[in-house]
Ligand binder design. Structure first.
Ligand SMILES: C[S@@+](CC[C@H](N)C(=O)[O-])C[C@H]1O[C@@H](n2cnc3c(N)ncnc32)[C@H](O)[C@@H]1O
Length: 316
């Protein structure tokens, strides 16, 4: 079995989310090929891990890789927000790690159209048994809705032109493959955008992937639910890869590390004035130059960690 994904910010994550000496539970909410988890299990023998992934194919790779750890490792094939919202495990976690986005496996091996250079069917779903695929969005969504997601989730300034070009093309023939869509986008943007450092379709592909998998809605939900489930004294870490995600995590953590959450003009405090979390990383932790050289996808990675102080909301 070939492992294609190198875990990002590995040493930093192992340090900031190091467990105490007593037996501890880590939930790896984005197990992928299991790179972070393998390193945690190896370094910390007192740790057991539950690994989640919405994609059963990549999870099959992790299962094989992590076999040597026996009962210290268990797996759930689920979206992370659903898992935490309906938490039913015997123990609550001491540590939670969320390494967001998709894996090198998805670009290189999944054959689901995540990469724009490839002759692959447009799909982009992590769970290929449910929900609309990128093909459905591109070939059936109204032009305005397409333009809106390309703008919001891709921060693409040419979103309207691109959505217009997609809709004109699909009137002639469906857009089936990732490379066809990428060529179409390249032809739709002004020439200066065609010759930049990144491919002209990069932002649109990011937007489609985020929309197909409900990434930002799931992130919004999992931040609240994972923090609720975490043991008091426990730590929650997020690794993000773009500004939309990072802003959400930064704001959520900042609010947890404040006492009163009432608006400044509130007549009196109604929020309970409880200090719920303490920032462990005041600034996001990024990769070293050496890591970026060795593993270029790490260049935009940011790690933020918070410690839970009180159990304000009981588990239902
Ligand atoms: C960046 S990779 C994780 C890589 C992993 N840390 C490693 O070292 O191998 C993110 C993984 O999370 C999964 N994933 C993304 N969003 C998810 C979600 N909402 N629920 C569950 N899994 C998700 C993806 O399928 C992917 O395998």
């Amino acid at each position: 079995m070939k492992i294609v994904h190198l875990p990002v910010l590995l040493e930093e994550t192992l340090t900031y989310l190091a467990p105490d000496d007593s037996p501890s539970l880590l939930i790896d909410g984005t197990l992928g090929e299991g790179g972070h988890t393998e390193a945690f299990l190896t370094r910390y023998p007192q740790l057991s891990v539950i690994g989640l992934d919405a994609d059963k194919n990549i999870q099959a790779k992790a299962r094989k890789r992590l076999e040597p750890f026996g009962e210290r490792m268990s797996f759930r094939n689920t979206f992370f927000d659903d898992f935490f919202a309906t938490y039913g495990e015997r123990e609550r976690p001491d540590r939670i790690l969320m390494d967001l986005g998709i894996s090198v496996y998805h670009y290189e091996e999944s054959e689901r159209g995540f990469s724009f250079g490839k002759e692959e069917t447009l799909d982009m779903r992590l769970n290929t048994e449910a929900g609309e695929s990128a093909w459905d969005l591109v070939n059936s969504w109204p032009e305005k809705d397409l333009a809106d997601i390309i703008y919001r989730y891709g921060e693409e300034r040419y979103s309207r032109r691109i959505a217009g070009a997609i809709c004109r093309r699909r009137e002639e023939t469906p857009i089936d493959r990732a490379d066809d869509l990428a060529d179409l986008i390249r032809g739709a943007v002004p020439s200066q955008a065609r010759h930049g450092r990144t491919h002209a379709a990069t932002k649109t592909f990011q937007a489609l992937r985020i929309a197909v998998n409900g990434e930002l809605d799931r992130l919004e939900r999992v931040m609240v639910e994972a923090f609720r489930v975490l043991k008091p004294g426990g730590k929650l870490g997020f690794i993000t890869f773009h500004s939309l995600e990072d802003r959400m995590v930064k704001n959520f953590f900042r609010d947890l590390d404040r006492n009163c959450l009432c608006p400044p003009d509130a007549f009196r405090c109604t929020c309970g004035d409880i200090h719920r979390g303490k920032l462990v990383t005041r600034k996001p932790v990024g990769p070293t130059e050496e890591e970026v050289k060795r593993n270029s996808p790490s260049r935009s990675a940011k790690l933020r960690v918070i410690e839970k102080l009180t159990d304000q909301e009981a588990l239902s």
